[in-house]
Design a protein around this ligand. Structure first.
Ligand SMILES: Cc1ncc(COP(=O)(O)O)c(C=O)c1O
Length: 379
């Protein structure tokens, strides 16, 4: 009866079973990988007025496939592109990934995704009957970079796109200008599209000394750059994502023409968010200031703890995560920490790390929760 897209045999892993069991027993878990900002006790939420979602505009229905032109114009201004013609909004970046896959791929085609990387790529792709093949990020001389040679070798005759996350989740590495140039030329050579996920773009750590580049205006190859309110304003529950489509004129217009068909089938984002968008965006600075303060502070606490305990924190330039090499099997260690200290941290294998001794922490958790968790581990 059911589609083969869903893995019927999928079972919960040992860590998830243990977590469920503890939660059902009412154990207070010290969750050091929480990345739901609404559970991280930020003060800025009190500055968001619910009345922003109650404009009289919401009583008129004016369906435009890529969403209301005013919203698209605001997004274009926000990300610094010429105009709104390439801006497509949807209810999340996850939905936009699905539209891009529908646009580019037939069942059985594949896309290349980074490893270590965002764990949801596999699921999103499989829901569209698309395969994910990973390419490695290399960690050398305390810096992450794309393994361009490996990307070339991973391209098969059914590959349709290369995905990059900048800064990457969880390694925190930004795409560099030379990497963007090389990727664009590979995409042109093999007739592929480039997908750049910039949802964490604004969260550059104070330690990172460079100004990251955005791929938003890349005209060298067909490029989709994704972002949204989920991370930009820490409002995943508001449900708004967007992308800018850029590239050589002919490919870009053809992509937009076909995307319009897809978008039209799903109908545009809620009028509630369209009406609230501009006042929400005005809060961007207040929101990001508090988040950046938190992630920088947590980064230093974790670094200091790592140095004292013989762990090694991997370099990061931005984003909401920190990766630490702990010098022992991180899968068993994560289970042990949850079992014995009620402290929940992800092992690197969830993100496809090659090394088996990496733990991944969230940097947006309340600082006192992080110190409490580290205290438990130390004890
Ligand atoms: C790299 C990356 N892209 C996209 C998303 C999902 O964003 P959205 O809520 O817009 O679907 C996440 C969520 O954690 C993410 O880590």
């Amino acid at each position: 009866m059911f589609s083969a897209r869903l893995d019927a045999g999928a079972v919960q892993n040992e860590l998830a079973i243990l977590l469920d069991k503890k939660r059902k027993l009412g154990v207070a878990i010290c969750d050091l990988i929480c990345s739901n900002p609404t559970k991280c006790d930020f003060d800025f939420y009190s500055s968001i007025d619910r009345r922003e979602f109650s404009s009289s505009d919401i009583l008129r229905y004016d369906p435009q496939p890529f969403s209301h032109v005013n919203l698209r114009k605001k997004v274009a201004g926000l990300i610094g592109v010429e105009d709104e013609s390439g801006i497509v909004a949807a209810s999340s970046t996850s939905e936009l990934y699905s539209w891009i896959l529908k646009l580019l791929c037939d069942p059985g085609d594949d896309i290349l995704v980074p490893a270590p990387g965002y764990p949801l790529f596999g699921q999103l792709a499989s829901l569209d009957s698309v395969d994910c093949h990973s390419y490695s990020l290399i960690y050398e001389n305390d810096k992450w970079s794309l393994d361009i040679k490996r990307i070339r070798h991973s391209i098969g005759n059914r590959t349709k796109a290369i995905c990059v996350v900048s800064p990457n989740n969880p390694t925190g590495s930004y795409l560099t200008e030379p990497e963007l140039t090389e990727l664009s030329s590979i995409c042109n050579e093999f007739n592929l599209a480039l997908i750049v996920d910039e949802v964490f773009f604004d969260y550059r750590l104070a330690l990172g000394d460079k100004n990251p580049i955005t791929a938003s205006s890349n005209k060298e190859c067909l490029t989709f750059v994704l972002n949204g309110l989920s991370k930009m304003l820490c409002l995943p529950q508001v449900k708004l994502g967007w992308m800018n489509v850029s590239g050589p004129d002919e490919k870009r217009s053809e992509a937009l023409r076909r995307l319009e068909f897809i978008a039209d089938a799903y109908l545009p984002v809620s009028a509630l968010i369209v009406s609230a968008f501009s006042s929400l965006i005005d809060k961007r600075e207040i929101i990001q200031r508090e988040v950046l303060e938190r992630i920088n502070k947590n980064w230093h606490i974790l670094k200091e703890f790592s140095d004292r305990h013989g762990w090694r924190m991997l370099d990061s330039e931005g984003g909401w995560y920190a990766c630490v090499r702990v010098g022992k099997d991180s899968w068993r260690f994560a289970i042990d920490l949850l079992d014995r200290c009620d402290t929940y941290i992800h092992p690197g294998c969830f993100y496809d790390f090659r090394e088996d001794d990496v733990l991944v922490f969230s940097l947006i958790v309340q600082t006192n929760l992080l110190t409490e968790g580290l205290g438990r581990i130390s004890a």
